[in-house]
Design a protein. Structure first.
Length: 178
């Protein structure tokens, strides 16, 4: 072998190392992006589970105070950026709605004195649909755009873009007991 051939082989090895480093760096960037998407999905899942817990909480509160179920019918939402004014309809229903609002605002968990235990921009709505039928809704702001909720109007147009609004709804039917 000549000296010229040895130099060319060393250059090829260096080029292979550079290409390998490029491929590895692209792969690492892909892994970082995958990790970020995974964390976003985890946060969306956490928020949905918190919303379902708060939804069931209010359904249970209403069910345990069924005699005054009409007192839970809200004219507007409660939660983030709202204040609840007692209706004087029933003390227990007023207490339940005020407690639900506090939970929607994140009072269940605190970090450095700030309420962080609920969803982003959580709001709750209770609407009487028929004689013994109520719709309870929890709305919040998602992290990525999806389809806007088609029919539910709870907290509509409060999150900038409707594709960021998330809602979970439960219909509660009360039996007529004599």
């Amino acid at each position: 072998m000549t000296a010229d051939t040895n130099n060319r082989q060393r250059g090829v090895s260096l080029l292979e190392v550079l290409i390998t480093l490029l491929v590895l760096s692209v792969g690492m960037l892909g892994m970082a992006a995958l990790q970020a998407r995974g964390q976003q999905a985890e946060m969306e899942s956490y928020q949905r589970s918190q919303a379902l817990i708060l939804l069931e909480d209010m359904a249970n509160r209403m069910n345990s105070n069924r005699k005054f179920r009409d007192c839970y019918n809200l004219a507007t939402y409660v939660g983030t950026s709202s204040t609840y004014t007692a209706s004087a309809c029933d003390t227990r229903s007023d207490t339940d709605i005020a407690a639900w609002q506090t939970l929607l605002q994140g009072a269940a968990e605190q970090l450095d004195g700030a309420d962080v235990g609920a969803m982003l921009g959580a709001r709750g709505c209770i609407v009487r649909l028929a004689n013994n039928l109520f719709e309870i809704t929890v709305a919040w702001q998602g992290l990525t755009a999806t389809l806007a909720p088609p029919t539910n109007t709870c907290a509509q147009n409060l999150y900038g873009d409707e594709t960021l609004r998330r809602v979970v709804t439960r219909t509660v039917r009360f039996a007529t007991l004599n």
